[in-house]
Design a binder for this molecule. Structure first.
Ligand SMILES: NC(=O)c1ccc[n+]([C@@H]2O[C@H](COP(=O)([O-])OP(=O)(O)OC[C@H]3O[C@@H](n4cnc5c(N)ncnc54)[C@H](OP(=O)(O)O)[C@@H]3O)[C@@H](O)[C@H]2O)c1
Length: 99
């Protein structure tokens, strides 16, 4: 799991957080913690989950105010656009890198 960037280890509550892998085992805890902390929380999904449990988790995040975005983290152009358009301050990846 990677976290970036963290300015001086401190972030204000208004920081916008983008979470990659939020439907995963670890990512669900991370996304919930971000929402619980009151930070504007964005979730990047490759597609809407077909798995019922992941779909329920996604809906629950959305109901708590998370913004759901679609795309692959490997798409550099898209990632740059997301970071810029949504003024994302913090990116947390709880995804499993493909080897
Ligand atoms: N599980 C543990 O006990 C544990 C403990 C310590 C550390 N970790 C680390 O935590 C990280 C996550 O592990 P996990 O067990 O939570 O994995 P996981 O349950 O398999 O979840 C992986 C998540 O990453 C997403 N993902 C995978 N490839 C992606 C891509 N190319 N673009 C965007 N999203 C992608 C998956 O989305 P889809 O639903 O689309 O597949 C899923 O939401 C790993 O780095 C692991 O080493 C895990």
């Amino acid at each position: 799991m990677t976290v970036s960037p963290c300015v001086n280890g401190v972030s204000a509550n208004g920081d916008r957080v983008l979470i990659i892998g939020a439907t995963g085992f670890m990512g669900q805890f991370v996304a919930q913690a971000s929402l619980d902390s009151g930070k504007p929380t964005y979730v990047l999904l490759r597609s809407f989950p077909s798995c019922l449990l992941k779909a329920k988790a996604t809906k629950a995040f959305e109901d708590q105010g998370a913004i759901i975005l679609f795309g692959a983290m490997e798409n550099e152009e898209l990632m740059e656009k997301i970071l810029k358009d949504h003024e994302i301050d913090i990116v947390i990846s709880a995804s499993v890198p493909a080897y």
